[in-house]
Design a binder for this molecule. Structure first.
Ligand SMILES: Nc1ncnc2c1ncn2[C@@H]1O[C@H](COP(=O)(O)OP(=O)(O)OP(=O)(O)O)[C@@H](O)[C@H]1O
Length: 456
C-alpha cells in the first residue's frame, strides 16, 4: 500500500493483508452476487469465494474502482469478471467491458473465464490479439460483443483502422497484470487507448505484483479507487516449495537434465531468457528423449497456441518458455517450475513460480544459479523477504550425464542452424509485438554474455 507520502492519489485501503486470509469463507450469494452467476460459480465448483474475491467483489458491486493485489493462482480473474458480468446483467448495453492483458495466451484464457461464468446470462466475448487475422477480428467486433479481451497493441490497431469500431459505450475497463500493462513498454499505448474511452467508467487493476508508483497508477485514471490487498507486494503462496541450486555455469545443461530425470512423469515449465534459448533447450531435451515443447514470442500464433494446448493436454509434459508464459497462465496440474535462466526482474520471479501451486495445490520451483547469477538471487531473496532453500543434488550423478548431454548439445546446435536457414526463426512484424518480454527480459547486454565464454 502506498504511504501517504508516496501517493497523492485518493486510494482507500479495504483490507489488511494479514487479516484477509484468516476470515471465515463466504459464499458468492453472501457477497451480493446474483443467482445466475452464483449458479455459474457452482457449475465451476467454486463453493466459496477466495480471499481476493471475498474482499473485492462487495466493493466492486458498490460501483467502486478497484486495485486488487493477491498471490498468483488465487482467483483474481473471477474477482473482476463477476462484478463486470453482474453489471452487464443489470444494465445491458452495447460494447460494455474491455479487459486488457499483456499476452495473447492470457487474453484467450480470460475470455474463457468470462464465457464460463457468463454463459448463463448470454455474454458475447471477442478476443482481439496480435498475430491473428485483422479482418476476422473486425467481423467479430461488428457482431457487437459485450466484452472484448485484448492485448493493447492490437486494440489500438483496430481503434485506428477498423471502420465503425469505437469504445464510446464502454462502462468497464479491466487491466489484468496491471503493473506490466502500466510499465514502459505498454504505457504509451495504454495512454492512447485511454484517450478514447469514456471517463465515466469503472476501472479495475489486478495483479500479483503491483506498482506503488503514483505516476503509473495515474496512467489508469482511476476514480476514488479502493485498494484490496490480500497479500504483500511480493508474496508467494505457502503451498509452493522454492529451491535453488548453485553450480558452475558450464554444467548448466547437465543440471537441467538431471532435474528433469528426477521429475520424470511430472508436468514442468522451464523458463529461459530468450527465444533462441527456448528453441535450443527444447531441441537439446528432445534429442535426449524428453517430451519438450518450446513456447516463445517468435513462434507464429498458431504454434504458440498449439504448444500450449499440447502441454495442457499432457502430450508434452515439459514446456520450455520465455517470459511470454510467466504471467497469468492457469494450468492447474503444473507440478514444477525450473528457472533455467534466473529472471532478471524479481517481480517476474514471483509470476514464473506462480505457474505452479495454484488454487491451493502444492508445487515446487527450482532456480538454477551459476557464478554469474548470485546477485540476482540475492535480489529475489530480498524482495521475497527470505532465503531460498538449497536443493539436494547428487553431484556425481549430474557429472555422469556430461557425455550424453555434450552429444545432445551438438545435435541441438546443428538442428538450430538448419531451422535458422529454413526460416524457422520468424521475425515479428509490427503489431505482432504485443508482448516482447523476450527482449525485455534479455536484459543482459550482449557483450557481457559473450564474456561468459558463450554457451553454445
Ligand atoms: N472461488 C473459487 N473456488 C475454487 N477455485 C477457484 C475459485 N476462483 C477461482 N478458482 C480457480 O483458481 C484458479 C486460479 O485462478 P486465476 O487464474 O484467476 O488466478 P490469478 O489470481 O489470476 O493468478 P495469476 O496471478 O497467476 O494470474 C483457476 O483455475 C480458477 O478456476
Amino acid at each position: 500500500m502506498p504511504t501517504e507520502k508516496e501517493s497523492p492519489m485518493d486510494v482507500a485501503v479495504a483490507s489488511d493483508n494479514e487479516g484477509a486470509e484468516e476470515q471465515p469463507p463466504a459464499t458468492f450469494k453472501e457477497l451480493g452476487v446474483i443467482d445466475p452467476l452464483v449458479e455459474a460459480c457452482d457449475k465451476l465448483k467454486f463453493k466459496h469465494a477466495t480471499p481476493i474475491q471475498r474482499e473485492s467483489i462487495p466493493w466492486a458491486l458498490q460501483g467502486r474502482d478497484i486495485i486488487g493485489l493477491a498471490q498468483t493462482g488465487s482467483g483474481k480473474t473471477a474477482a473482476f469478471a463477476i462484478p463486470v458480468l453482474q453489471a452487464l446483467w443489470e444494465k445491458p448495453s452495447g460494447l460494455f467491458a474491455c479487459v486488457m492483458a499483456p499476452t495473447r495466451e492470457l487474453a484467450f484464457q480470460i475470455s474463457e473465464t468470462f464465457e464460463a461464468l457468463g454463459s448463463v446470462i448470454g455474454v458475447r466475448c471477442a478476443v482481439i490479439v496480435g498475430g491473428m487475422d485483422m479482418v476476422s477480428q473486425a467481423i467479430a467486433l461488428s457482431k457487437k460483443p459485450h466484452v472484448i479481451v485484448c492485448t493493447p497493441g492490437r486494440l489500438q490497431d483496430h481503434l485506428e483502422n477498423t471502420k465503425g469500431f469505437s469504445l464510446r459505450t464502454l462502462k468497464y475497463l479491466v487491466m489484468d497484470e496491471a503493473d506490466r500493462l502500466l510499465d514502459m513498454d505498454f504505457g504509451p499505448k495504454i495512454d492512447q487507448i485511454l484517450k478514447v474511452i469514456p471517463r465515466e467508467r469503472n476501472t479495475y487493476l489486478f495483479s500479483a505484483t503491483m506498482t506503488t508508483k503514483v505516476a503509473k497508477l495515474q496512467r489508469a485514471s482511476l476514480r476514488n479507487p479502493v485498494k484490496v490487498e490480500v497479500s504483500t507486494k511480493y508474496q508467494t503462496v505457502t503451498t509452493l516449495l522454492q529451491y535453488y541450486i548453485f553450480f558452475p555455469f558450464k554444467h548448466k545443461d547437465c543440471y537441467l537434465v538431471y532435474l528433469l530425470n528426477e521429475m520424470a512423469g511430472n508436468s514442468v515449465i522451464v523458463f529461459v531468457r530468450t527465444c533462441n534459448d527456448a528453441q535450443r533447450v527444447a531441441l537439446l531435451l528432445r534429442s535426449l528423449g524428453f517430451p519438450a515443447i518450446p513456447l516463445h514470442g517468435q513462434l507464429s500464433m498458431d504454434k504458440r497456441l498449439g504448444a500450449l494446448n499440447k502441454f495442457k493436454a499432457g502430450t508434452r509434459s515439459i514446456m520450455i518458455a520465455t517470459d511470454v508464459a510467466a504471467r497469468g497462465l492457469d494450468i492447474p496440474f503444473v507440478d514444477g517450475v525450473i528457472n533455467y535462466d534466473i529472471p532478471t526482474h524479481s517481480k517476474e520471479y514471483i509470476h514464473r513460480v506462480g505457474r505452479t501451486a495454484r488454487a491451493g495445490r502444492s508445487g515446487k520451483s527450482i532456480t538454477l544459479v551459476t557464478q554469474y547469477d548470485v546477485e540476482l538471487l540475492q535480489r529475489i531473496e530480498h524482495v521475497l523477504g527470505r532465503k531460498l532453500d538449497g536443493y539436494a543434488v547428487d553431484k556425481d550423478a549430474v557429472l555422469m550425464l556430461q557425455e550424453r548431454v555434450s552429444e545432445a548439445q551438438r545435435h541441438a546446435t546443428i538442428s538450430s542452424k538448419r531451422q535458422g536457414r529454413g526460416g524457422g526463426g520468424r521475425r515479428r512484424a509490427g503489431d505482432d509485438a504485443d508482448r516482447d518480454d523476450d527482449e525485455v527480459q534479455a536484459g543482459m547486454p550482449q557483450k557481457k554474455r559473450s564474456k561468459r565464454g558463450g554457451r553454445r
